[in-house]
Design a protein around this ligand. Sequence first.
Ligand code: UGA
Length: 351
Amino acid sequence: MTASDERKNILILGANGFIGSTLCAHLLAKTQHEVYAVDLATHKLAPCLKHPRFHFYERDLLIHHEDIHYLVKKCDIILPLVAIATPELYVTKPLSVFELDFEANLKVIRWCAEYDKRVIFPSTSEVYGMATDEAFAEHTTNFILGPVDKQRWIYSCCKQLMDRLIYAYGFEKNLRYTLFRPFNFIGAKLDDIRNDAGSRIVTQFLHNALHRQPLKLVDGGFNRRCFTYINDGIDCLLRIIENKNACADKEIFNIGNPNENYSVAELAKILKEVLHEFDTKLADAVKIETVSADDYYGKGYQDIARRVPSVKAAKEKLGWEPKTSLREALRRILNYHFNGVDPDAILLKNS
Ligand code: UGA
């Protein structure tokens, strides 16, 4: 048995989130690890709940410090995935972003350092801000953020400071860490499809289409994103957790799909085409309109024109590459919403 085959206790804070819930299912289906999951609810975790290696704790990171402290001490690998990660909330609730994404997570990092735990922390594609490099690289791209009264950047700024702090703990105290930067992960469980507003783009567009509301292109929909299917992202995270020959120790990895780079207007068009495969009438009824950023988000918003990851580090050190096209990802998302096909449930059933 190699070190990477050993059964570990893995703590996932924010397990009912988009990344957390999919990661739990994949860990249970594909590894022998024990999964300790913390969150306020379990609806995205339904396929995992009865699994013998799944241990759920209904706790709030902002309140139940003692319990979470205990769990950090008990476990071997810690993934603190609790965060506000929707741009609408960066603009309307910047203090909550600071309190949760920075302050609450800081406590966890300090416990990881104190008890010599391995931590795998979610940085973000947003740390690069409005950088102008063709492709953003972990060690060479400069971060460019807007002014203070564009509070959209508070999320980027909090995550950046967490990155720098974790790096510093590694540098001075030998904390074993990996930082990963998701680039627009998409999947069926991204945001709540029932919400009228405030979701990230794919969920928001789908909600609008299903409710016969127009898809709104902020400032014309010219800004571009690279869309990454959640299962590709999780495949990369599993390699980081496995950490063969310590390949992920003290490393930073962009996780994204540089080949699936589309403007928001192109995304709207492609979504409409894929929707056609599921419901012709509904797809034909989809209207697309433009709205100003001020009207949609308010004055504290500023956008990122293009954001392409370099995934050279993940390829070279982890042997990882993204595989899923935007179209295929959208098909799987629609298959969940139209036909109830939950890929996590299928995975666990077949494991
Ligand atoms: C996201 C979020 O900050 C995080 O989830 C994450 O850290 C990061 O980026 C990532 O996933 O890489 P952003 O890409 O701006 O930020 O999030 P979306 O809300 O999905 O917006 C994407 C683009 O669509 C933006 O240009 C936005 O203005 C536009 N948009 C959004 C519309 O044109 N219409 C809408 O109805 C919603």
